[in-house]
Design a protein around this ligand. Structure first.
Ligand code: MIG
Length: 654
């Protein structure tokens, strides 16, 4: 009885704070887990122009806008336009409007009044945050079949908490996934991987995971392992595990069309691939050559695809990363035909310079062509739905398919799982990495600035390619990026084929790298505890300073320091040739300047501005008043850390 009473009053509390407005016929996206009765009319605080289907809100002078997760630019999203339209685009410049993710939660706060907005619409949604008109936030879904939520609350953290109750608890990976992982596109053979493991072992640098990119597969076919490059795969998985290292293979969205390949044959026979208007399976091309796309939005197809992972879990695999699931399309057969026809026409013409540019556009825009996303259909909740209307769900449903199959097929095991493409709701099934960044200092800053938005949207287990994926990294960038990555739950060094090799043992300052990674391992008891706390209480593991120091006007503009858990603030160095940086302290804190987990300076600094030295091998950590930081003795693998033997650094409230 009492329980029931609590439940009811809890629900009425939530229904006071979450207002839902329905436009058109929204799809059941699976983003939310709480049933909310729709209110009638126009969302509170917003105007709605029915002719254009645009919601708008007049920004107050002091309004800060947070959220949108994995997007370019600062923590405060004001002053740019963002389009949720999952895109395979490795050029993460600040003029980009779409990346791989659609995380449609925003929070507006002027310091006294705040509210949240969540736009549950899996098609393209434009968030114009003071781009067209500096004082107007406008939200425009391409197809207005939308559940539009307005979330009320007293504080930013409170609103985030309420939103997260709406969307459900975040995915928690196995504890070893908090270790350090080494990845690279280009490890081709078991021998290559042994070499990486040996490289780390020789220097005693901790390592828990080695990632396997597409090279491990037979002709890029999902759920196959090339038997020449990896003879006796299960034995190899066991051998690595005996070394304390888990192998984490990649899975791509597209299934290679090849007679005799069981996944293709079965998917085709059962009608589990995405179809064109005429009922034929769409033919696209990605790494394997011609592929079909599994219809993850179709319940049966999803279960079927999920079950395929068993081939690898049976071989001892305990983690996966799902890639190319926007989905990325190099070309479709149909579009390519059109392009060839157009080329023939161009060939007949005398091209003037404008004609030449037209020609260049036709040929140069073949990959990820918008028209291709309107060429195929899903069977979603029993209905035929054109892909572009639910585009942003594809990566989410691929990941859900895998997660549900693990729960079905190996319930006794926790599996590591993260994805490139995402949509709000996927955070219950897996984490994300932020895709193909570059070895640029600006992308280190972007990594720092993306983390709070990801956390707000529930993507707690997240991180970027440490050191940068594209381009050639430098040793100093690597040191600084690792020094920040120490604090991100997903901590993976990954790089692209053909770029400078960036395994840590290849650099000159090997000892420094070792000390940095050891510091991560010393911090794991803290990181894991704070991560779990955030997951259980719908809190944020990484937070903007503003959320905790809302009475301090200065904190509005702090874009390069973060709170990590309840006890710490960090201030990473993200510029080249710097030996320190300015740090703003909203209150007195104990500064720890780590060179190694057991070698650090400690100094109490008063509130205010400070210039703080931080050499290339040093990590700045600030302990908040009344807090303590537990440090473990690092081990080579997470599971060897003795959680009972902790030293504590404290900063008593002055
Ligand atoms: O088109 O599998 O984001 O991490 O190394 C590139 C090769 C395909 C993109 C992923 C990246 C991965 C790469 N993949």
């Amino acid at each position: 009885m009492y329980q029931k009473y609590i439940k009811e009053s809890e629900q009425s509390r939530l229904s006071m704070m979450i207002k839902k407005y329905v436009f058109g016929n929204p799809y059941e996206t699976g983003a939310t887990v709480l049933p909310v009765e729709p209110a009638g009319g126009i969302p509170e605080r917003f105007r709605f122009a029915a002719e254009t289907g645009t919601f708008s809100y007049t920004l107050k002078e002091k309004d800060l806008v947070f959220g949108l997760g994995e997007t370019v630019r600062g923590i405060n999203k004001r002053g740019w336009i963002y389009v949720s339209n999952n895109a395979d685009d490795p050029e993460h410049n600040e003029n980009r409007i779409s990346l791989y993710a659609s995380q449609n939660f925003l929070l507006v706060d002027d310091g006294t009044e705040c509210f949240g907005v969540f736009v549950d619409n899996p098609g393209s949604v434009t968030f114009d945050i003071g781009y067209t008109d500096p004082d107007v936030l406008s939200i425009h879904p391409e197809y207005n079949d939308t559940s539009f939520y307005v979330i009320e609350g007293e504080t930013p953290a409170g609103i985030v908490g309420t939103f997260r109750e709406l969307i459900g608890k975040s995915y928690v990976p196995p504890v070893w996934a908090f270790g350090y992982g080494q990845s690279r596109w280009g490890y081709k053979t078991a021998e290559d991987i042994r070499e990486v493991a040996a490289g780390y072992k020789a220097l005693g640098i901790p390592l828990d995971m080695i990632y396997m990119d597409i090279d491990y597969m037979q002709d890029f076919k999902d759920f196959t392992v090339n038997p020449e490059r990896f003879p006796e795969f299960a034995d190899f998985v066991r051998e690595m595990k005996a070394e304390g290292i888990r192998l984490i293979p990649i899975i791509d969205a597209g299934v290679k069309m090849e007679t005799g390949y069981d996944v293709y044959e079965e998917g085709k026979a059962k009608g589990y691939f995405c179809k064109k208007e005429n009922g034929e399976d769409l033919v696209a091309a990605v790494w394997p050559g011609k592929v079909h796309f599994p219809d993850f939005l179709n319940r049966e197809a999803s279960d079927w695809f999920g079950d395929q992972y068993q081939v690898l879990t049976d071989a001892g695999i305990e983690g996966f990363w799902n890639d190319m699931n926007e989905p990325a399309i190099f070309y479709t057969e149909d579009h390519l035909k059109e392009v060839f026809a157009q080329i023939k026409e161009f060939e007949q013409k005398e091209l003037d310079i404008w004609g030449f540019f037209e020609f260049k556009d036709v040929v140069g825009s073949i990959a990820n062509h918008p028209e291709d996303y309107r060429r195929f259909y899903h069977k979603f909740h029993g209905q035929k739905v054109r892909h572009d209307k639910v585009h942003n769900l594809y990566g989410f449903y691929m990941t859900k398919s895998a997660a549900e199959s693990f729960a079905r097929n190996c319930p006794e095991k926790k599996i590591l799982l993260f994805s490139r493409a995402s949509y709000t709701g996927m955070h219950r099934y897996g984490g994300v990495w932020t895709g193909d960044n570059c070895s640029r200092w600006s992308h280190l800053l972007m990594n720092i600035q993306m983390m709070p938005g990801l956390n707000m949207n529930g993507f707690l287990y997240s991180g970027a390619d440490i050191g940068g994926f594209g381009g050639n990294t430098t040793e100093d960038l690597m040191l600084r990026w690792v020094a920040f990555g120490i604090f991100t739950p997903l901590f993976r060094n990954h790089s692209a084929l053909g770029t400078r090799e960036q395994e840590l043992y290849r650099f000159e300052r090997k000892e420094d790298f070792k000390h940095l990674i050891e510091l991560r391992y010393a911090l794991i008891p803290y990181i894991y505890r704070e991560f779990l706390k955030a997951a259980e209480t719908n809190g944020m593991y990484m937070m903007p300073l503003w959320f905790a120091y809302r009475e301090d006007e200065r904190c509005r503009e702090v874009e390069d320091q973060l709170l990590v858990g309840d006890a710490l603030m960090i201030a990473p160095v993200y510029e080249q040739n710097k030996t320190g940086r300015y740090v703003y302290l909203p209150e007195s804190m104990r500064m720890l300047r780590f060179r190694a987990y057991n070698d650090y300076d400690s100094e109490v600094l008063p509130a205010g501005d400070h210039y703080v030295k931080a050499a290339l091998n040093e990590v700045l950590v600030f302990l908040r008043p009344g807090c303590e930081l537990p440090l473990a003795t690092p081990a080579r693998h997470v599971e060897q850390i003795d959680e009972k033997q902790l030293t504590r650094i404290i900063f008593a409230k002055p």
